[in-house]
Design a protein around this ligand. Structure first.
Ligand code: NAD
Length: 421
């Protein structure tokens, strides 16, 4: 995997868009760096009685359109640059979807799998204490991200409510349903990716039964994308997780693969189709091999920077739906576009999650719980509109979908800033 400075890369991408839009220098200055980056050290009592110290961040990129919004990730590779970059991408993502939110991101450098449940709870509550001054229902609304989940949001919203002295379900999204969470939030990102796939089907007259898909990452996003695509009749031929993946020419049944993984602890060997999980003809594939497979649609749904200038020339898919954040480097993007591969960018493809988060935030304001059917219907409407706007602009300006999406997103934020001057 290529390792560069992810913030500089995302910032450069923004400057190019700003130049195309001929944005005023003061607007570029406001948008090229986050408004605020909070970095903190926090100490947590471990089960053995010792104290450990962790580093955390919250980057608030811009709030011209509304309160800052973005997830909190817990993992060893978190860095200030990564958090800043992802907060800028959140500003564009919320803008493109037409949401009344700005962009933020947070994280702690930690491998959460080395913590007990009690330690994880103390660390999660500590994150809230360290950022209390800057978060809130009309300030900055965090959500789950890599290795954080509804349980962690429940601890966080509880800590926030206690410290503020009032029940504040609108201050966090991605909460459990018992705590004003949204029915459908967990599936929303993967579902949204399939709404995009269906849009591509309509435009390109794909036949789902004959359309093969390879998905890298079988976590929340990858597995839900696989399940909804399978339901629509697409042929999921390859799936992977961090340690490797499976390929079955006849097509895999994602629900059965999930069950098989539950039983065996990994997807290796889960060649599931119908009720059978040792379907002959399946083979193991590495994550690198999966990306270069002979498939119609490739779905990177794991981590960033997996498609680079090294492997971009060997990608055989006709369509890439970028479900992970920033899975394609800038240089790789150029190679893919020159090869006429249609790439749906992350800020559009994976925006189903933040759109559903907006519905969850609305629920807290309205004091009314939304029905699941309404969630999926509104999600489809919002995503279809976003996709169509991006597609039309890309045809009109003769640019790739990534550039078209960024042009739309950045110009909406810039207009909001200008309107306040
Ligand atoms: P997750 O932790 O549930 O799953 C991640 C998956 O990727 C797992 O299957 C894991 O085994 C796999 N993986 C980890 N390291 C890998 C590696 N080096 N190579 C290949 N696979 C690897 O995470 P998620 O919530 O599914 O998020 C996946 C991506 O989508 C991330 O980039 C995240 O930022 C992005 N995203 C998530 C949401 C959401 O709502 N969950 C919303 C927008 C974007």
């Amino acid at each position: 995997m290529e390792k560069g400075n992810i913030f500089l890369e995302i910032q450069k991408q923004f400057i190019e868009i700003a130049d195309t839009l001929s944005l005023e220098p003061e607007i570029i200055r406001e948008l090229e760096e986050p408004h605020r980056v909070v970095k903190f050290q926090t100490s947590v009592l471990m089960d053995k009685g010792n104290i450990e110290t962790f580093t955390g961040f919250r980057s608030q990129h811009n709030n011209a359109l509304g309160p800052y919004k973005g997830g909190i990730r817990f993992y060893q590779g978190v860095s200030e640059d990564e958090i800043k970059a992802l907060s800028m991408l959140m500003t564009w993502k919320c803008s493109l979807a037409g949401l009344p939110f700005g962009g933020a991101k947070g994280g702690i450098i930690i491998d959460p799998y080395n913590l007990s449940k009690g330690e994880l709870e103390r660390l999660s509550r500590e994150y809230v204490r360290r950022t209390l001054h800057w978060i809130g229902v009309k300030k900055d609304i965090p959500a789950p991200d890599m290795n954080t989940n509804p349980q962690i949001m429940a601890w966080m919203v509880d800590e926030f409510s206690k410290l503020k002295g009032e029940f504040s379900p609108g201050a966090f999204t991605g909460k459990p349903e018992q705590l004003w969470g949204l029915d459908g939030r967990a599936e929303a990102t993967g579902y949204g990716g399939v709404v995009i796939l269906e849009r591509l089907k309509k435009i390109s007259k794909m036949n789902p039964k004959k359309t093969t898909i390879a998905i890298q990452g079988f976590g929340n996003v990858g597995s839900n994308f696989a399940r909804f695509a399978f339901e629509k009749g697409y042929k999921i031929v390859a799936l992977s997780e961090a340690v490797g993946g499976v390929y079955l020419k006849e097509g895999l049944d994602p629900d059965k693969v999930l069950e098989c993984r539950e039983e065996h602890g990994k997807i290796a060997g889960c060649y599931c189709r119908g009720s059978v999980c040792d379907f002959g003809g399946g083979k193991e594939v590495s994550n690198e091999e999966l990306l270069e497979m002979e498939v119609d649609v490739l779905v990177p749904a794991a981590i960033e920077n997996v498609i680079t200038k090294e492997n971009a020339k060997r990608i055989k898919a006709k369509y890439i739906i970028a479900m992970a954040n920033n899975p394609i480097t800038e240089e790789a993007q150029e190679i893919l576009e020159s090869r006429k591969i249609v790439v749906v960018p992350d800020i559009l493809a994976n925006s189903g999650g933040v759109i559903a988060s907006y519905f969850e935030w609305l629920q807290a304001h309205q004091g009314v719980l939304w029905k699941r059917e309404k969630v999926f219907k509104e999600l489809s409407n919002t995503l279809e509109k976003s996709f169509d706007k991006v597609w039309d602009l890309s045809k009109k300006k003769k640019v790739g979908l990534r550039k078209a999406a960024h042009l739309l997103a950045v110009s909406r934020v810039a207009e909001a800033i200008k309107s306040k001057k």
